[in-house]
Design a protein around this ligand. Structure first.
Ligand code: ADP
Ligand code: MG
Length: 353
């Protein structure tokens, strides 16, 4: 087991810097998820930890060792990728034993480790099968097995579930989480899927364009996003943002939305009148109330468990998630009061309140 520390880590491809001075400290035994949109630098960062990509600046440590100059196989890590090509001509046992045999481990040790991993992964009855005789989920488990048998200090995952169908993806993410609770090996898991990040992580690192946007526990990021990027990225359906201008500021921030509609929110710090802001409202925080914002219902989508509405509020599209069933029709007007709201600087996206 080991902690993983990134200090001011940078990556340049030629003259283009794609990872900018990233600082992350991952504790021993932690399950840390790197999440962000495609192209934000997640894989590049993970590959620098793995030793598959040269580090242009800064320092990566695993345990007490700075590993910048160490080859992948000297770093005591194991990686699981999206494209986990198994050897098609080898049985499950041989696929899982491959790296141990390569490392010239004695046969008895190989057998013990593969059997142990097969037991943990529910593959004990499949060891004699070939990959083509397995389901997608079982193949994914064999790929995990290949990583587990090496008893690495750190697991690195790069979107390991993206090739699976939706149902299997949900099942596998529970399996991986359960596996981590059992093995407690430090894990760094890359995904673009914020639900995967929220459900699996002890701590999430949200990345945006090669920078860390925020680090925190799933619920801390949801409840207390540091900026508009994190607020919009974490949570599903996504937070609504309404352009507004601050009119006055006392114990509450008074603002004007489009069309001169007045709205006020609790003030946590002074914001000067005249400032352009974005009012953030989560769909699930909006509920019908006698006094609130007028919302014209445009689309109604019942899922059974809840109902998603697309409404027009102050001239903007706003998503609303209703937990209770109500008889509603397109064209109705609701009055919506937010249970809580967020304020962001309109220009740089910093959280203001
Ligand atoms: P993510 O995994 O978050 O989708 P990547 O880490 O793969 O993103 O890529 C981050 C950025 O670095 C992207 O803009 C990508 O085009 C660029 N990039 C990745 N690999 C290379 C490479 N070998 N040469 C040049 N640019 C690269
Ligand atoms: Mg990637």
């Amino acid at each position: 087991m080991a902690d993983v520390t990134l200090k001011q880590v940078r990556k340049r491809f030629g003259s283009v810097e794609v990872v900018h001075a990233v600082d992350v400290a991952i504790a021993d035994g932690e399950f840390c998820v790197l999440v962000g949109p495609s192209g934000c630098g997640k894989s590049t960062l993970l590959r620098m930890v793995a030793g598959l990509e040269e580090i242009s600046g800064g320092e990566v440590s695993i345990g007490a060792r700075v590993v910048n100059k160490l080859a992948p196989k000297e770093r005591d890590i194991a990686m699981v990728f999206q494209n986990y090509a198994l050897y098609p001509h080898m049985t499950v046992f041989d696929n899982m034993a491959f790296s141990l045999r390569l490392a010239k481990e004695p046969d008895s040790a190989v057998r013990a480790r593969v059997n142990e991993a097969a037991e943990v992964l529910g593959l004990a009855d499949y060891l004699a099968r070939y990959p083509r005789q397995l389901s997608g989920g079982q193949r994914q488990r064999v790929a995990m097995g290949r990583a587990i048998v090496r008893k690495p200090k750190v697991f690195l995952f790069d979107e390991p579930l993206s090739n699976l169908d939706a149902k299997l993806r949900v099942a596998m993410r529970t399996e991986i989480k359960a596996l981590h609770q059992r093995l407690k090996t430090t894990s760094v898991y890359v995904t673009h899927d914020q639900i995967e990040a929220m459900t699996m992580a002890d701590r999430i690192v949200v990345m945006n364009a090669g920078r860390v946007a925020q680090i925190g526990s799933p619920l801390a990021l949801y409840d207390d996003p540091a900026n508009r990027f994190v607020a919009g990225f974490i949570g599903s359906p996504a937070m609504n943002f309404l352009p507004a201008r601050v009119v006055a500021n006392g114990s509450r921030v008074q603002m004007q939305l489009h069309g001169g509609i007045a709205f006020d929110a609790p003030a946590t710090r002074p914001i000067e009148p005249g400032r352009a802001v974005a009012l953030g409202l989560r769909p699930e925080d909006l509920a019908p109330a006698p006094e609130g914002l007028a919302a014209l219902v445009k689309v109604i989508e019942p899922t059974g468990a809840d109902t998603q509405l697309l409404c027009s509020v102050a001239g903007q599209d706003v998503t609303v998630l209703l937990r209770e069933r109500r008889s509603l029709r397109v064209g109705d007007t609701l009055s919506l009061a937010p249970r809580r709201s967020y304020l962001f600087d309109a220009e740089n996206g910093d959280r203001l309140a």
